[in-house]
Structures are given as structure tokens and as C-alpha cells.
Write a protein that binds this ligand. Structure first.
Ligand code: MLT
Length: 411
């Protein structure tokens, strides 16, 4: 009889956010009157901005006429969008990225998960802890994680703790990993690294021949000066880093899906004969084979975000969420919670009170206040005793959330 991929059977029964949704739905069913405020998964609440809506309508009209109809597009994305990305997301910041180094996809979750296809299963992986669970789970699926220990750690993954003790700044690895995942602004802690802190990682990767998988999905939330928007702001990063970007949180594309991945041409890894091979070509081969391109409609909508009007509207939306982050940060402090994040990020990471575990606090918040967040331990062992709230709800619900916790927005 055929065999399955046994690695899947090693995974916890469900993905973190599916488990949160399952518990919340069960609670809602048994408490029909409960007015639940959802601040769990980082899903947005603001509608698409007008520039994107107009572009979508226009793109639908294009598809309605034989003359302007688009069928299969280029698997790596239309050049009309890649050109805007290269110009506005990179050249404007003094970074040169060629359009054939940009691969438009259906979101950073898929790309950070799929990138393992082009990497040897023999690579040793390091992740910050806590971490976006997709990096770990997809390495389990790919056979790079070893076995799950009683301490919640996978035997072959190196964990780089980010805790209050080290100011949520990960130390460099000690086991010489081949692949390192970093996400900044960080999901889940909402913290950032400065230019000089990020340089340490790029230098490390150059020295050790390691690949840096840099997830910049939350870059649009950066408001402080010394926080790089792209890993390529750091000298030498083109030789070692792949960058993932997303339109989900930037422009409310969680439902319509779009992101992109940058694979610089200088970036090379070894094959089994010791030859250096460019990852750009491998990722292109992977995408052209397994992916048929993001939809024409979505790419036209994203293109419109780069117009003057689009940029203004995107900033307005991000400012809206950052205001929620401020309300949460200040309100939680007033209610006696210790928090980090929420300055250049939509995520607030808070210490659970007393000795409560993350899941105990989840149940407590849900049952007592009808507030949903995400238990820190779901993001990794060092997340135990922490909890994540998102700033993606409405102003009104965000204020109601802190009022339920005994605080008021004083602004
Ligand atoms: C999160 O809540 O961490 C994210 O929304 C999940 C995602 O982007 O896939």
C-alpha cells in the first residue's frame, strides 16, 4: 500500500490559529449571548482602500472584454507590478532590486512555507522563539525538524529565545545552522531590531555560509528611524538573504491574497557536488512548476497602492491600526500588564499575570471578558507565560477591550 509523508503525523493535531478558532467557536456556541472581541489571528478589519477597489473594478472590466482579457499570467507576476515594487519599496530607499529578482505570489505564508522546496532536507534550521509557527511546521513537514520533545522543542531545530531577560533580542546561534528565519517587525512579539542589530545577523550569515530567510510582512508598520524596512538596507545582505513581503496587513489583502519574495541573483547555495547554485533560478523553477501566478485582478489592485493616492490611503489604514496599538499598549499598562511591541507593529505581547500559563490566560480572558487573543506558548516554548493581542480590530472594539480590562483610553 502507498505510504504517507510520516512527517505530517509528527505535527500537533492542528495549526495554532485553527486551534484558537476551534476553541472560540465552541465557546460562542455554548455562550450564544457573549459579545466576543476578536484579537487573535492577525486578520484585518478595515476595507480595501479606494485606490485598490477602483483598480479591482477596472480589472474586472478588463477581464470582461476580449481585447483586454488576461488569462494565465507570468508565474512570477506581471512586470507592471514588479516595476512598482522595485521602484517604491526598494529604489526609494536606495536599494537596487531587479524585477527578475521579484516573485509575486499569493502571500508570505505560502512563500515562507514553500521556500523549503529548494533547500536540502539536510540543512539545519534555527528559529527565534517565540516564532510564527509556519516556519517550524513546514520544516517538520520537510523532514528537517527531528522529533518533538516533552519540552515542546523539535530535536533538530535550534531555538533562539527572545524573552524579557534578553530584551527580546535573540542571541546568535551556537550550533552553526544553515538556515535562519528572522521576522522583523516581529510576529508575535511586535519588537524590532535596529540597523546595527540586523547587521550582526547578515555578517554572521556571510561568515558561516548560512541562508537568512527574512520575513518583512509587517514593514509598513515601521515608524521609527533606525529600524530597517528591508534586510537589503544592510550591506552584504544580497549574498545571504531572501526577503518575504506581504500586502495582507499593509493593504488589507488577507482575503484577496498577495505577497512577494525577493531572491537576489548573487544568493547561492551548494549542490551535492559542492558547486554553487543560484537560488533565484531554483525558485523560478519551483514557482513556474507549482504555481500559476497570482490573479490579474489582485495584481492590478496592488499596483494601485503605489499611486500617490494609494500610498496615502495605505498610510491612513496603517495609522489607524497603530492608533489601536497605542490604545492597547497604554490601556494594558494602566490595567497593570507588562507589554512589549505595538510601536512599529500591530502586535502587543504581554506577560500573563502571576503564574498563569498562556492557555489558562486564553480561557480566563475569553470566559471572563469575552476577549480573544493568541496564547504565547503556541508560538514556541519561550512564549509560555505570554499572550498576543492584535491591533487589527476597530477603534471601538479596541477601546471596549481595554475598558473590559479595567482601563480607559485617556487620549
Ligand atoms: C498571525 O496572526 O500571526 C497572522 O495573521 C497569520 C498569518 O499571517 O498567516
Amino acid at each position: 500500500m502507498f505510504r504517507i509523508n510520516d512527517n505530517f503525523t509528527k505535527l500537533p493535531a492542528s495549526y495554532l490559529f485553527s486551534e484558537v478558532a476551534r476553541r472560540v467557536n465552541a465557546y460562542a456556541e455554548s455562550h450564544p449571548g457573549a459579545d466576543i472581541i476578536r484579537m487573535g489571528i492577525g486578520d484585518v478589519t478595515r476595507p480595501l482602500c479606494q485606490a485598490a477597489v477602483d483598480a479591482l473594478h477596472k480589472a474586472v472590466d478588463d477581464e470582461a472584454s476580449g481585447e483586454t482579457f488576461h488569462g494565465y499570467g507570468p508565474e512570477q507576476g506581471y512586470s507592471f507590478l514588479a516595476e512598482k515594487i522595485a521602484r517604491y519599496d526598494y529604489r526609494k530607499r536606495g536599494i537596487e532590486i531587479d524585477i527578475d529578482e521579484i516573485f509575486v505570489g499569493d502571500g508570505a505564508k505560502s512563500d515562507t512555507g514553500n521556500i523549503g522546496d529548494i533547500l536540502s532536507t539536510a540543512n539545519r534550521v534555527a528559529v527565534t522563539d517565540p516564532v510564527y509557527p509556519v516556519y517550524v511546521d513546514t520544516n517538520v513537514m520537510g523532514g528537517r525538524a527531528g522529533d518533538l520533545g516533552a519540552d515542546g522543542r523539535w530535536s533538530e531545530i535550534e531555538y533562539l529565545p527572545c524573552t524579557a531577560e534578553n530584551g527580546f533580542v535573540p542571541a546568535l546561534p551556537v550550533n552553526n545552522p544553515d538556515v535562519i528565519y528572522l521576522c522583523y517587525p516581529n510576529n508575535p512579539t511586535g519588537t524590532t531590531l535596529t540597523r546595527s542589530q540586523l547587521k550582526v545577523w547578515v555578517d554572521y550569515c556571510r561568515e558561516h555560509g548560512a541562508l537568512l530567510l527574512f520575513d518583512a510582512a509587517y514593514e509598513a508598520f515601521i515608524r521609527e528611524e533606525d529600524v530597517p524596512h528591508s534586510i537589503y538596507e544592510i550591506e552584504g545582505a544580497r549574498e545571504v538573504a531572501i526577503e518575504f513581503r506581504s500586502f495582507s496587513k499593509t493593504a488589507g489583502f488577507t482575503g484577496i491574497r498577495l505577497g512577494y519574495t525577493v531572491v537576489p541573483k548573487e544568493l547561492k547555495g551548494l549542490d551535492d557536488k559542492g558547486n554553487k547554485v543560484a537560488l533565484n533560478g531554483l525558485w523560478r523553477r519551483r514557482q513556474t512548476t507549482k504555481f500559476n501566478g497570482a490573479s490579474y485582478l489582485t495584481q492590478r489592485a496592488a499596483e494601485a497602492l503605489y499611486t500617490e493616492e494609494g500610498q496615502r490611503q495605505v498610510k491612513e489604514t496603517i495609522d489607524y491600526y497603530l492608533e489601536n496599538a497605542r490604545i492597547l499598549r497604554e490601556g494594558l499598562a494602566e490595567a497593570g500588564y507588562e507589554t512589549v511591541g505595538g510601536i512599529n507593529s500591530p502586535y502587543i505581547w504581554l506577560k500573563t499575570p502571576g503564574t498563569m500559563t498562556s492557555w489558562e490566560f486564553f480561557d480566563y480572558l475569553l470566559d471572563r471578558y469575552h476577549i480573544v487573543g493568541t496564547p504565547g506558548s503556541g508560538f514556541g516554548p519561550s512564549g509560555e507565560g505570554y499572550f498576543r493581542l492584535t491591533a487589527f480590530n476597530t477603534h471601538e472594539n479596541t477601546r471596549r477591550c481595554i475598558e473590559r480590562l479595567g482601563a480607559t483610553d485617556r487620549k
